[in-house]
Design a protein around this ligand. Structure first.
Ligand code: SF4
Length: 352
């Protein structure tokens, strides 16, 4: 039996996670600093779109990120009316009790925009629910959803017909409400209310610990033999990799806590010390564009410094700018990449 008991109404923002694991539930009342920053940047962009001022607590890089987002929304709207007030951006999606709130809606262009801070992640299922609700409200048969990743200055576009959005959202809700649903280990486990209690996670950690306790006292040759024996069982190998991933997630959490402890007291953990980190620096494409346009930097100099472009990015660029013509034969074979291991669909590990 799984210990999942929280059962909150399904939120729009939970849909991408539920698409991975139908048992996922967000941690109640836990808005970390990243979420609080995201909410503040959302508010700042809406304030600017409504003709107001940048909130005083949004400064520096955060203010530049919000300004980029606001300018992008205005460009996408192309002069059409932008709804950004909280009351105008509420979205009720068929089949969901929770009322979502989009960041900006441009009804005339059948367009919804959501600002995201942090890493570029998948939010397709969340915006599909916005699209479905907005198509109902505005009697439309298709809708465009734009995600603005303001830290990376990236834009991701998803387009849905009514049927596509309904099938995607309806499928996730059906699976999440199925009493026989089973937990599926996924990349969202660390954000889940059951991250430290879920049967699937516990089972994975216990089994990995068991293997570690068997292997730890062995000689190198004996360990090699264990590895070779494990590899003979292909299903066992796949299961071991999935379980070890969960174990790694727990180890990472312990490491994060230990870093905090060692920051307070450098001698707190025998045999371990903290190596100081640093902040990376970046120049955004927008600033490079501006410096080239003003003649301060040459286009050739910038391109030389930035270096090569991947074949995928070049194809995307070409199809965006040269819609009808064929991609020229400038894409060459690059360096050979070492193969990497990627988990496909993680199988459920225990009954709920
Ligand atoms: S911890 Fe992971 S596998 Fe377990 S219910 Fe949550 S998301 Fe699913």
């Amino acid at each position: 039996m799984n210990t999942n008991t929280v059962n909150q109404p399904i939120r729009h923002s939970s849909l991408p996670k539920l698409a991975e694991c139908p048992c996922f539930e967000g941690k109640p009342g836990e808005a970390g600093p990243a979420a609080a920053r995201g909410t503040l940047l959302d508010l700042a962009m809406r304030e600017l779109l409504a003709g107001g001022e940048m909130p005083t607590e949004v400064t520096g890089e955060d203010a530049a990120a919000v300004e980029w987002a606001m300018a992008t929304v205005q460009e996408l709207a192309g002069g059409a009316k932008i709804l950004s007030a909280d009351a105008d951006c509420k979205v009720t999606t068929p089949g969901m009790e929770h009322t979502g709130t989009a960041d900006a809606i441009v009804p005339e262009r059948l367009l919804v925009i959501d600002l995201k801070s942090g890493k570029v992640r998948n939010y397709r299922e969340q915006v599909a629910a916005y699209a479905l609700g907005l198509m109902e409200e505005y009697f439309a048969g298709r809708w465009t959803c734009v995600l603005l990743f303001c830290d990376a200055r990236e834009m991701v576009v998803h387009e849905f017909t009514y049927e596509e959005a309904e099938a995607l959202v309806g499928g996730i809700l059906k699976a999440a409400r199925d009493p026989a649903r089973k937990p599926a280990l996924c990349d969202y486990c660390n954000w889940c209310a059951f991250s430290t209690s879920c049967d699937a996670r516990m089972e994975a950690v216990e089994q990995t610990l068991e293997i570690v306790s068997i292997v730890e006292p062995l000689t190198m040759e004996q360990r090699e033999w264990v590895v070779e024996s494990l590899l003979e069982d292909r299903e066992g190998t796949a299961r071991f990799l999935a379980q070890a991933k969960v174990f790694d997630a727990f180890r990472e959490r312990v490491e994060e806590r230990v870093k905090e402890i060692l920051t307070e007291d450098a001698e707190a953990l025998p045999g371990w010390k903290l190596r100081s980190g640093g902040t990376s620096e970046v120049v955004f494409a927008d600033d490079l564009k501006r410096l080239v346009a003003s003649g301060t930097l040459s286009m050739g100099g910038v391109l030389e410094a930035v270096g090569n472009m991947s074949g995928r990015k070049f194809r995307e660029l070409w199809s965006r700018e040269m819609i009808t013509s064929e991609v020229p034969a400038v894409i060459r074979k690059g360096a050979q990449r070492a193969p990497s291991l990627v988990a496909t669909k993680t199988k459920p590990h225990s009954d709920i």
